[in-house]
Each structure stands twice: as structure tokens, then as C-alpha cells.
Design a protein around this ligand. Sequence first.
Ligand code: FES
Length: 346
Amino acid sequence: MKVTFLNKQKDRKTITCNDGEKLLHAGLRQGIPLPYECGTGQCGTCIARAKPGTVQPNNSDLPGSKNLNLNKGEFLLCQCSVYEDCDILVDSKKLSHNHQYSLPKHQDGHLHNFNIIAPDVYVADLELPNLINFQAGQFFLFKAPGIEGYRAYSMTSYNQNTNQLNFVIKKVNQGKFTSILFDHDTKSLDLETFGPLGKATFDPEEKKDLLFITGGSGIAGIMSILDHADKINYFTSNTATIFFGARTINDFFFIDKLTDIKKKYSNNVKLFFATSEENKKSLPQQISDHEVHRGYVHEVFSNKIGADCSEHIVFLGGPSVMVNSALPKILELGIPAKNIRFDRFG
Ligand code: FES
């Protein structure tokens, strides 16, 4: 099918959309800088408009659908494919090809090596048929056979020209995808993938100090950024301040990797752990030499961060409630919006 994307600036770009392919995927893989964050129907960023009846309707139960005006032909680009050739009005200032990042593409993938690292949290490796490049902080979409929709997972390490990627996967209560992986003693799974995606990325050329605020499995993409930074010794000349929150002490993971980075760059890396549900009396004073603080991670961040952070780049990784709670303090510190980076997964 031929799909023409239009914007309010009256730019036009026509691309090919495969039968059943999500419009977001068709546009991004052909270099159209379409608006998106999660790619999974959670955030509502990818709202677009088409003549009613030309686009397959999407699942109205998804959180990203709640503000759609169906009478005006609004839908989510990440959830919909087209029935016929059509025009799509999108909220993109530019439709010109964007080659800042490697373009995402569809590939089959082989997910394997599942290992539990904390309650309900697993690491897994993905093997792809073709080599890819990605930016530290990006993510992939997975679609398992027989299950509706894609799930988003961030890479946890950083390599170029690779077909081996590492992920954190949190088991979701009654989640169909993670039930296949973890309730049936599955050793591996062949699935569809689309990626790399995501704009909350690390650019070493910016040469800025970094601030990380993360909760639970949201640390996955931040581990990729730390891995990239470590591989180029970025923290010999720039600082990192890392706030990592979890419900209890037992819910933390990647402690060894974080500790190694802290030890290697002891003058420039600060690490704070925050537990939201740990009983204060039973709270250990330290995890592997690091002080542990009682409270939500955004609260510990607000209490412990110094005043002089206006030039930092901030990476947020975690649920929307954590991101929304941390943003007022980040803005109060004078950090400009262009230096605040996150992808709203849900
Ligand atoms: S709802 Fe489509 S990108 Fe988030």
C-alpha cells in the first residue's frame, strides 16, 4: 500500500506500507521522523489522523487510546495498519529523512539464556540474523507468536555491529508474553522484533555530566549508557550521579556492575539506592558499601542532589509515575528540556 504522510507545514512524503505492518514501523524504517515514545500503545505520543475507514482501528483499551477523537479519524500510528492507499496527517514538524540514528527494521529474533536476577526480574539474550548498530539507551520491540501486540525492552549493554543483544525482562502479573517465557520453563523463544528505537540516548560528544534517576527494571537502558560511557572512559572527565530505586533491598540487581563503575571512577561517580517499602528498622545501612536510603527514588533524589546541576543531562528510566514525580525537581534545578531524556513506556 502507498501511504502519504502530511504535516501542518504542508510537507508530504509517500512510502510503502506492507500488508498488516504498523504505520509507525513503515514510516520509521523508511526514515520518516514520526512522533513516538513507547511503540506499544501506552503513551499516546503517536496520535495521527486519517479519513475514517482507511485505517484499521486499534485496541481502544490501551492507555494511549484514551484521548483519541475517533470522529476526527484519530488513531495511534504504533497500533494501526492501513486497508488501502491513504493520506495520514501527523504531528511532525519535518518529514525529511532522519539519519541521525540507524534506521529500525523488522527481523526475526531468537530469545534465550533466561536467568533470574531478582524477584520476577530476568535477563535474556537476543540473537538476530543481521548485525545492527544502536545508540546506548535505545530499545527493541518484541512480538511473540500468537500474542497480540508488541512489548518494549531496553538493551542493557552497548556494542556496535552486533547481532547479540542483552535485555532485562520483568515478569508481569498475568502478562501473556512473560507468562510464555517464565511460567512454562521455556528455554528459548523465536519472535518478531523491530528496532532499534528510542530517542533517550547517550551522545559522548556532548561531554556533559550525567544524572540518572531510575526505578526497577527501568535501569536497563541506563546500564547500556553506563556500559558505553565506561568503554570510552567517559567518567574520567565527566561525572555520573545515579539514583536507583526499588521496593525492597532484595529487588535491586546489577549491583556488581554498578559497584565496579563506582570503584573505577570513585571521584566522579556517585551512587544512591532508595527503597520505598523497606521497614526503616530492618533497613540495612549499605548495599555493597553503598548507603541505602528510605523513600521513593524521586524523594531521595530531591533530598540528596546538589544545587549545581543545570548543565547536566538527565536520563530517567522507570514507570510514568516515577518520571512525573521527578520532573518538577529536575526543572527546578534549571535543567533545560532538551537535556531531560526518557521514553514513556507506561
Ligand atoms: S502510544 Fe504509540 S508510541 Fe506510545
